[in-house]
Design a binder for this molecule. Structure first.
Ligand SMILES: [Zn+2]
Length: 464
């Protein structure tokens, strides 16, 4: 995507606490960070070096914590306009309730929903977003293009996962037949998306991934051929896996094996693959993920909302599985925020067998930053504050009423209320200042999302 304004010169951020999330978890109680162009040039304790030339902006970070920008690894933007429905359902019942409405979405709706989803996340410190879009009704327009346009407008780095479903009810799948594509249609459109949009360069604003939806909505042929396509094109693979006990049962009935064994049988374990949820994993499943470096997107709020269970994040981390955090679609996590998932990941996992040893606040921050970069295949570029990496950074305000009495800034960020974002930069370009989006009108986003949600509800009701 073309960005008209390239950053030039240096930005200096100083007098703030810094959590780098580098391999040593280096932190500075008071430090500085220097950005040159789109990259981090240097960082360290104390004030910035004297005599730096071409400083175009100097930011006093007193009372703030500087971290890497947050990275979301699983989402369904279109659900922004179907929030608050099927409030008391498990995954399968929730899906069956929502498929008929989802099958009526069009390009304008998806654009409005993407702006809502992206705007909400960006305001909360997300600098790299991803979306898994898998509902493509015939004649609905360019849905993937609408999301890509929205991400470019808001200035967020983006992985668009081109999803698909081709196993309708008549083939033993969960979605109704009218909501699915053909095998060939799904593959052709996925390949077209990769050829049209995927930019593999350092600092790319846009990646495409191949992302058949789930074992219960996708044929075995599509799983296999999507993996072949992705590897031929050098893009990553994404899907839902091991989310619920119902899915596990489905896999045993249809394939004679559990989800992880099924994924392995169709070529879907590997360091170029990441899966959403990974809740119902045996020790053997976790070992297989670790051995193959398959990544996981942990979505604690969505898993709680749909009563899916608690993913074994401490066990996955101990085994060496790359784990990032995900908002998931906002029909199952209405808040749409990622910064609150740092806290929820820690809290939910402490309700599991590891209790108070499950996750530390620093591990939670790592999940939302470096872990996310790992599972999106971008750990060389973003996810930690290190010289040479992209200047994707967030300055969190911790001297306000919500946080000022907590001495440890990382604890304040993770355990405290959702912290306000004073500044968020993507590749050195500001996208949020003083808690507000710089590149879009929030009131307009809110109005459009409301109007499109109402339009969709009307169309779905008329059709129903
Ligand atoms: Zn999902």
């Amino acid at each position: 995507m073309a960005y008209p304004e390239q950053t030039t010169g240096r930005i200096v951020i100083e007098k703030c606490a810094i959590a780098t999330v580098d391999a040593q978890d280096t932190e500075y109680a008071t430090g500085h960070l220097v950005i040159n162009g789109n990259r981090i040039e240097s960082l360290g304790p104390g004030a910035a070096p004297e005599g730096l030339g071409n400083v175009t902006r100097r930011i006093d970070g007193t009372g703030h914590l500087l971290t890497p920008g947050l990275i979301n690894t699983h989402h369904h933007f279109y659900q922004w306009i179907t929030r608050g429905l099927a409030q008391d359902a498990n995954l399968f019942n929730w899906l069956v309730a929502l498929y008929p409405t989802w099958a009526r979405i069009d390009e304008e709706m998806v654009y409005a929903a993407a702006r809502g989803s992206l705007g909400m996340m960006a305001r909360g410190g997300v600098t790299t977003a991803m979306d898994h879009h898998y509902v493509f009704p015939r004649g609905a327009g360019d849905l993937l293009g609408a999301e890509i346009r929205a991400a470019a407008e808001l200035g967020v780095r983006f992985t668009a996962a081109r999803g698909s479903m081709d196993r309708g009810e008549s083939d033993g799948g969960l979605p109704p037949d009218f909501a699915v594509e053909t095998l060939d249609g799904a593959l052709t459109e996925t390949e077209r998306a990769i050829d049209t949009y995927h930019d593999a360069s350092f600092g790319s604003m846009l990646h495409i991934a191949a992302a058949p939806c789930s074992p219960f909505s996708v044929s075995t042929e599509l799983m296999r051929e999507a993996a072949e396509l992705a590897r031929r094109k050098g893009v990553r693979l994404h899907t839902h896996g091991s989310e619920t006990t119902e899915e596990e049962k489905f896999c045993h009935e249809l394939f004679g094996m559990g989800p992880t064994d099924y994924f392995e049988s169709v070529g879907w374990l590997g360091e170029d693959v990441w899966m959403a949820h990974c809740v119902h994993m045996t020790d053997e499943d976790i070992a297989a993920f670790a051995r193959t470096r398959t990544g996981a997107a942990h979505c604690p709020s969505s898993n709680a909302r749909l009563a899916a269970g608690i993913a074994r994040v401490p066990d996955m981390l101990a085994a060496g599985v790359p784990v990032g955090l995900g908002v998931d679609g906002t029909a199952s996590n209405e808040s749409g925020e990622l910064h609150t998932e740092l806290r929820n990941a820690l809290l939910v996992n402490r309700l599991g067998p590891h209790r108070e040893d499950a996750l530390t606040v620093r591990q939670a921050l790592r999940l939302g930053t470096y872990g996310g970069a790992q599972v999106l295949g971008r750990a060389q570029e973003t996810g930690s504050l290190e010289a040479g990496k992209l200047a994707d950074v967030v300055l969190w305000k911790l001297d306000g009423i919500g946080h000022s009495s907590i001495a440890d800034p990382v604890a304040a960020l993770v355990l405290g209320a959702a912290a306000p974002v004073t500044l968020s930069l993507v590749g050195g370009r500001p996208i949020v200042e003083d808690g507000h989006l710089l590149r879009a009108d929030e009131d307009e986003i809110a109005r459009d999302a409301r109007d499109e949600a109402r339009r969709l509800a009307r169309i779905a009701a008329d059709a129903g």
